[in-house]
Design a protein around this ligand. Structure first.
Ligand code: CP
Ligand code: NVA
Length: 343
């Protein structure tokens, strides 16, 4: 009898960046997330990771990613352990490589959120267990699984849709949307000022995938052209974690705010148009940053207006919930010795 487990293309793999996965593999994880969501809603147990220990390494703050990994691990029967920036020796007294060896000897899987993509790569190389990238300065792959799961829920399909990201085209979320969309055959528009266009390296990587999938990519500073025919209008904070250049970003990005006038430029019928945001969002002054920005620059909303955020187009909270279901799918597929006959 053959060992069917060998056919599981995910078992033991790390998830560091979307470019390492085929369209079929990403679609499988999206569909598995939808399946696990149905099981969760029906109250059907799915303890695929019984007895496993999961390390959650966070160099940066998090609400969704931390909560999603924690609850997903518990639902799968695993034990998650949060190791925050000030809890362990990493980066101060101990190298990433040494930390990887120690954690890999005790944990069965490691989530890493941090600054450098190279740290995620070193952890994966030296720990001997799957490492899941919970966001670095370069990529946010677990966000993509939730995002395309949300898109599939809303449109019943992924390929052939048009997703427009408006904002800082050089940030992790913009990179991930451009490359993942290109892999999956989604037309991706990045609309930003020229100084914030994705680097040539990222654009070339996306173009390579688009040539295979048939996705049409557009990088433009022209709002009218960029918004046209969009099904999904997506934005993210103008100042990412680790940055502090508020004034510069406001000056660069205010014309690229997602507001009702921008949505209208899509020309897309209402039932074919949604708004997405990975969150947290700056859409009112109910936060400390919100109050400070209002005081200093007179702005009470930044990347998205409160009107759009609270409108019928908004899917950001469904998207946030889907972080848990999709992270669960990813952890179970890469660590659960599941029978996955083909992808
Ligand atoms: N979208 C996202 O990654 O949210 P957190 O920073 O709260 O984890
Ligand atoms: N670009 C943002 C994403 C937060 C989920 C950041 O890195 O802060």
């Amino acid at each position: 009898m053959t060992n069917d487990f060998k056919q599981n293309v995910f078992q033991g793999r790390s998830v560091l960046a979307e470019k390492d996965f085929t369209a079929a593999e990403l679609e499988y994880l999206v569909d598995f997330g939808l399946h696990l969501k149905a099981l969760k809603k029906a109250g059907i147990p799915h303890h695929y990771l019984e007895g496993k220990n999961i390390a959650l390494l966070f160099e940066k703050s998090s609400t969704r990613t931390r909560s999603a990994f924690t609850t997903a691990a518990i639902d799968l029967g695993a034990h998650p352990e949060y190791l925050g920036q000030n809890d362990i020796q990493l980066g101060k007294k101990e190298s990433t490589s040494d930390t990887a060896k120690v954690l890999g000897s005790m944990f069965d899987g490691i989530e890493f959120r941090g600054f450098k993509q190279s740290d995620a790569e070193i952890l994966a190389r030296d720990s001997g267990v799957p490492v899941w990238n919970g966001l670095t300065d370069e990529w946010h792959p677990t966000q993509m699984l939730a995002d395309f799961m949300t898109i599939k829920e809303n449109f019943g399909k992924i390929k052939g849709l048009t997703l427009t990201f408006m904002g800082d085209g050089r940030n992790n979320v913009a990179h991930s949307l451009l490359v993942t969309g290109a892999i999956l055959g989604v037309n991706v528009h990045i609309v930003s000022p020229k100084v914030l266009f994705p680097s040539d390296e990222i654009q070339n990587l996306a173009k390579k995938f688009a040539a295979e999938s048939g996705a049409e990519l557009l990088i433009t500073d022209d709002l009218d052209e960029g918004m046209k025919r969009s099904n999904i209008v997506y934005t993210d904070v103008w100042v990412s974690m680790g940055e502090n250049n508020w004034k510069q970003r406001i000056d660069e990005l205010l014309p690229y705010q997602v507001n009702m006038a921008a949505l209208k430029k899509t020309g897309t019928p209402d039932d074919q148009l949604i708004f997405m945001h990975c969150l947290p969002a700056f859409h009112n002054t109910d936060t400390q940053y919100g109050k400070e920005i209002k005081e200093k620059y007179g702005l009470s909303e930044m990347e998205v207006t409160d009107e759009v955020f609270t409108s019928k187009y908004g899917r950001q909270f469904e998207e946030a919930e889907n972080r848990m279901h999709s992270i669960k799918a990813m952890m179970a597929a890469t660590l659960g010795n599941l029978f996955i006959s083909r992808v």
